[in-house]
Design a binder for this molecule. Structure first.
Ligand code: ZN
Length: 100
């Protein structure tokens, strides 16, 4: 126990025992092995999944030297991409909620 500030404890929601945790979403109870913060864990997973999905989407670059028509179409495509990313995020959220 060199630095007390770095060590905190959390009551395990599964077995009601106090367990050490590093305030990480993936930390598990040292008594029963259940997640200490299942909700944060779900959010972290959801975020990672969304990042993973949108990693494959390259947003259209809009250059200042593009003509008005090119810029107009690029803006449309870009808007579509952003909507698509939002829908992906929603699906990931839905799956996370349904999976519990
Ligand atoms: Zn436990």
């Amino acid at each position: 126990m060199a630095d007390k500030n770095l060590i905190s404890t959390k009551k395990c929601p599964a077995c009601q025992q106090w367990s050490r945790w590093q305030q990480q979403a993936a930390d598990r109870c040292e008594h029963c092995g259940e997640l200490l913060d299942p909700r944060a864990h779900g959010e972290a997973q959801q975020q990672a999944a969304t990042e993973h999905l949108r990693g494959g989407i390259q947003l259209v670059e809009i250059n200042p030297e593009d003509g008005a028509v090119t810029r107009f179409f690029k803006t449309l495509v870009r808007g579509g991409q952003l909507v698509f990313i939002a829908i992906l995020g929603f699906i990931v959220w839905l799956v996370t909620v349904v999976a519990g």
